[in-house]
Design a protein around this ligand. Structure first.
Ligand SMILES: Nc1nc2c(ncn2[C@@H]2O[C@H](COP(=O)(O)OP(=O)(O)OP(=O)(O)O)[C@@H](O)[C@H]2O)c(=O)[nH]1
Length: 396
């Protein structure tokens, strides 16, 4: 009896083991569920693809055909196509006219008075000063306007508006070279250094410039040398990821000069057209900041000269911002100014003051927080937007 029991027990164990060997391989090969979709991360493709898919195979130990898991389709990363840069200032003019309405309308209102007496001219002067044009420039503009009005005997509102527009365009020095030096030379990428005080919009502008360049058919690499604010590198990487530009970053609190050096090296190795380097801008310790910036410049120049150094200025800080800006011009060779947040101020005259005080052309203007709200600066289009006039009306 005992022997029968032992045989029955052995048979039971054999049955259980055999049954499990048929079931386990199938359980093991159940495919992973797909991960949720992320919008901007270019690494998403790798993550979403899941584990490598194996071909159908027969499990030799059991002789059972194991079904391959269904293929999980990885969605392609979303790479945005930035809008073309041509005509952007015209497309964005409503942003300017909205905030500059008071200025433009006020000036044109004054000019259309029946009699332009001393008081009227003084009011015109006040309007220009309030719009941050600056004292010297205001005097020059008003003196020339008075003189031309007298000589020409001009009276009609249309003629006066044309004269004012002409004077404003002249004050914006339309002859200045506003082109961005971003083209590679003999296979070596152009290097663009982006500097300015914190909060002026450096990181945002770096991202927007990358889009401008990519929209114009160039390849771009971003260098996150703002290692002071940890989130700045993430922010820059997100901007880059959206348009398929690689970002070189260092560990937290890394030496900014070393990150900048590595970025340019990577740019040379990968033969991109342009390397854009974002820098830190805190001002608590001005000497420290300037030393750091000077070092970034020197180290980057070991690879070759910097092609463009852009100073980012917040238009809403007005004349105060100009003093801070001057410090940067003493440490690095600023070749162009990007005036941000012009959509948030009625003081568009700051463009004139910036160019006069710093002697550097405004090359780009920021007109909003949107990714394509950055436009090449054009004096005539800017004045038209400022005065709310039609582009052709002045030339007619
Ligand atoms: N309205 C408006 N906001 C802007 C513009 N440019 C930048 N900003 C906003 O300004 C804020 C600061 O921009 P950041 O790019 O972080 O400034 P930053 O200079 O890099 O700052 P730090 O990294 O702290 O030195 C953000 O909220 C931007 O969206 C613009 O042209 N118009």
């Amino acid at each position: 009896m005992k022997e029968y029991l032992l045989v029955a027990l052995a048979l039971l164990v054999a049955l259980i083991v055999g049954g499990l060997s048929l079931v386990v391989p199938k359980l093991r090969r159940r495919p992973e569920p797909p991960l949720p979709e992320t919008e901007v991360d270019t690494r998403a493709e790798e993550d979403l693809a899941g584990p490598p898919v194996e071909a159908a195979e027969s499990d030799l130990s059991t002789g059972v055909l194991v079904e391959p898991p269904p293929v999980v389709e990885a969605p392609a990363p979303t790479i945005e196509v930035p809008e073309p840069t041509a005509g952007r200032l015209v497309r964005l003019r409503s942003r300017l006219s909205r905030s500059q309405n008071v200025f433009g309308k006020g000036l044109l209102g004054l000019l259309s008075r029946d009699h332009l007496d001393e008081d009227a001219w003084e009011e015109i002067e006040d309007s220009l000063i309030t719009a941050d044009v600056g004292l010297d420039a205001t005097r020059e503009i008003v003196d020339r306007l008075r003189e031309r009005t007298r000589v020409l005997g001009t009276r009609s509102a249309g003629e006066l508006r044309t004269l004012l527009a002409t004077e404003l365009v002249t004050a914006l020095e339309p002859e200045l070279d506003r082109s961005l030096r971003t083209a590679p030379k003999e296979g070596v990428p152009a290097v663009v250094l982006v500097v300015g005080v914190n909060g002026a919009g450096k990181t945002t502008t770096c991202g927007k410039i990358a889009r401008v360049l990519i929209a114009d058919g160039r390849t771009v690499l971003l260098g996150a040398a703002d290692t002071f604010r940890a989130a700045a590198a993430d922010q820059l990487e997100t901007w880059g990821g959206r348009v398929g530009a690689e970002t070189v970053r260092g560990p937290e609190a890394a030496d900014p000069a070393s990150v900048a050096f590595d970025a340019v090296k990577r740019g040379i190795d990968t033969t991109v057209d342009t390397v854009l380097i974002d820098t830190a801008g805190r001002l608590q310790n001005k000497i420290g900041l300037m030393d750091e910036l000077g070092k970034v410049k020197r180290v980057v120049e070991k690879h070759g000269p910097i092609d463009e150094t852009l100073l980012i200025l917040d238009a809403t800080t007005g004349q105060n911002g100009l003093e801070q800006a001057r410090v940067f011009t003493e440490v690095v060779n600023v070749t162009g100014v990007v005036l941000t947040k012009l959509d948030g101020t009625a003081k568009g005259g700051i463009v004139i003051a910036v160019q006069r005080k710093l002697g550097i052309p405004v090359k780009l203007v920021g007109l909003g927080e949107g990714p394509d709200d950055l436009a090449p600066f054009d004096p005539a289009q800017f004045v038209d937007a400022l005065l709310g006039t039609e582009p052709l009306a002045r030339d007619a």
